[in-house]
Design a binder for this molecule. Structure first.
Ligand SMILES: [Zn+2]
Length: 281
């Protein structure tokens, strides 16, 4: 029976955002984008590595060091909004190849990449993996066809280079529901890795359920939340489509209730690495 042999959380860059972004408040996004004077502490940009008998899979790819240089971000008003909403850092130790090397892997070992969504701190290093199968939800890929993808937080020149071929993910009816989820994509038809639609943070955000032998299952949720402790109260981030984020949060809470021991792994949770490491039964 194929199985997951190891799950690792790697820090591929750091980000700080406005506190109103972590958990939405009464203040409209435009207001705090313009006037907020505070940042959160620096938070990790987490990449999750799943070693499965069928191959090595990455969930997200982290922030590119190229983003620290000039000309990476849009100019004008959009560029102002990018700079006001998030601040990034990638030091030499945070480079994706270096972090993979730290757990004994190379870029060439990665067979499959799941992108939770197409924001720069998740898809920024996809250009390093032209050989991999890259799974992105069809709804998220549609953002690339918008007149101004950057207005949706998506910079095609960085997250969709010509060298990369995307495999669109369209959720299909599951043989048996997973909590409230009735559609998804079972990657190896063995129930060990199942993609589930969790839109809201972006139009096509998706999460990955990881079932491990002799250890608690994990749900890797990207940016559905900055802090899994906020999920129970349905407190959602201050960017994205609020009603859709709440619906996805309720679905995840239903899955947590249905899957004993399920741990939620968020892309910017400083506790994610420890949570994955100790989530044994
Ligand atoms: Zn994001």
């Amino acid at each position: 029976m194929p199985r997951v042999s190891r799950v690792s959380v790697l820090q591929v860059g750091r980000v700080r955002v406005r506190p109103d972004n972590v958990a939405g408040t009464w203040r409209p996004m435009l207001w705090w984008t313009a006037f907020s004077r505070s940042w959160t502490p620096w938070l990790p940009i987490n990449v999750v590595v799943v070693e499965h008998d069928e191959g090595v899979l990455l969930v997200d790819t982290g922030q590119s060091p190229a983003s620290l240089g000039p000309g990476y971000h849009p100019g004008g008003v959009l560029g102002w909004a990018y700079r006001r909403q998030a601040d990034f850092d990638v030091d030499a130790a945070d480079h994706l190849p270096a972090r993979l090397g730290g757990i004994g892997l190379a870029l060439s070992d990665v067979d499959t990449v799941v992108l939770t969504h197409l924001h720069q701190d998740h898809a920024g290093n996809i250009g390093l993996l032209p050989h991999a199968r890259v799974l992105v939800s069809a709804d998220e890929l549609a953002l690339l066809e918008e007149k101004q993808p950057a207005a949706h937080g998506v910079m095609p020149e960085h997250v969709a280079p010509a060298s990369v071929t995307f495999t669109p993910v369209v959720p299909a009816p599951l043989p048996a529901p997973l909590g409230p989820f009735t559609t998804g994509t079972d990657l190896y038809d063995d129930g060990t890795l199942v993609l589930l639609p969790t839109p809201g943070h972006s139009r096509g955000s998706q999460s990955l359920l990881v079932r491990r032998p002799d250890a608690d299952p994990l749900l890797v949720v990207g940016d559905l939340t900055y802090d899994p402790a906020l999920l129970a109260d349905e407190r959602v981030p201050g960017t994205g489509a609020t009603a859709q984020q709440r619906a996805s949060t309720r679905a995840v809470n239903g899955l947590v209730a249905a899957e004993p021991g399920l741990r939620v792994v968020a892309a910017h949770d400083p506790g994610a690495a420890a949570l994955v490491a100790r989530a044994g039964s």
